[in-house]
Design a protein around this ligand. Structure first.
Ligand code: SF4
Length: 127
């Protein structure tokens, strides 16, 4: 039996997963408060993925780092390589929230997007 925490919502149900007999890919999943937990557990056991949230460097003094995230799920085994790509970004132009700062990272079909409008940050500091 394996225990995993469902991260599909903030409740964080503790899921107990065990193989169902001899059938490969068949599990008994317990501890989920909703159906999303079943889906999460199946994905976690077969093809675990994550949305990555991070920051990128900029050349602007008023906002030296800009928050970003992937606009889709990335295979868990690619997270380290994707983080290398994110860490190599230095933005020298202004972006708005949801603008793509790196397209199709590592040919995954997933983009790295801004999660903040640079102009908003500038105006907040002026306050
Ligand atoms: S099983 Fe449902 S309620 Fe529990 S953490 Fe997952 S999504 Fe949230």
């Amino acid at each position: 039996m394996r225990e995993i925490i469902c991260i599909a919502c903030p409740v964080g149900c503790k899921l107990k997963v065990k193989h169902k007999g001899e059938l490969k890919g068949q599990w008994i999943i317990e501890g989920n408060l909703c159906e999303k937990g079943i889906e999460f557990a199946k994905n976690e056991l077969t093809n675990p993925t994550r949305v990555i949230c991070s920051t990128v460097k900029t050349t602007f003094k008023e906002l030296p780092r800009l928050p970003v995230r992937t606009d889709g799920e990335i295979a868990k085994e690619l997270i380290f390589e994707v983080m290398k790509e994110i860490n190599a970004i230095v933005l020298d132009y202004h972006v708005e929230c949801s603008d793509i700062v790196l397209r199709n990272v590592l040919n995954t079909g997933v983009n790295i997007i801004a999660t903040m409008d640079m102009l908003d940050a500038k105006n907040e500091k002026r306050g």
